[in-house]
Ligand binder design. Sequence first.
Ligand SMILES: Nc1nc2c([nH]c(=O)n2[C@@H]2O[C@H](COP(=O)(O)OP(=O)(O)OP(=O)(O)O)[C@@H](O)[C@H]2O)c(=O)[nH]1
Length: 128
Amino acid sequence: MKHVAAALAIKDGHILLTRRAPGQQLEGYWEFPGGKQEPYETIQQCIEREIREELSLSCTAGNIFTESTYRYEGGAIKLIGVLVDLGHEAPELTVHDRAEWVPLTDMLGYELAPADIPIAKEVINAYG
Ligand SMILES: Nc1nc2c([nH]c(=O)n2[C@@H]2O[C@H](COP(=O)(O)OP(=O)(O)OP(=O)(O)O)[C@@H](O)[C@H]2O)c(=O)[nH]1
């Protein structure tokens, strides 16, 4: 099963969501920045690389918060939510077409990728 790291960047009651751009799988859906774990890297290394590639930011990844398994038509993924401190610099997007710091209480009003919904609910329960 594909392991996908998802950055849970929580700051002042907000979380960073990014929107999948036209032409991508799940186009238009909001998600946590991140991506597929390569065999040679830890989940933290994966998230730090993806944040560099997708948001042009450096960060230090923290602990795994939770995981969610979801079966898409193209195959199952294990989405691994990792806590991340992104500091205060603004992201420069290279893959997504939008990024927003969303109040935790509004997160479920965004059209989230299906695998993200259980993680979003857990984040709200823990931090909302
Ligand atoms: N980054 C990220 N991907 C997510 C989230 N939720 C979710 O279902 N995904 C799915 O997990 C996969 C992430 O893989 P990826 O970003 O490396 O992109 P990809 O599948 O196009 O890579 P690949 O084609 O090389 O396998 C995508 O299929 C994406 O739709 C999320 O919150 N963040």
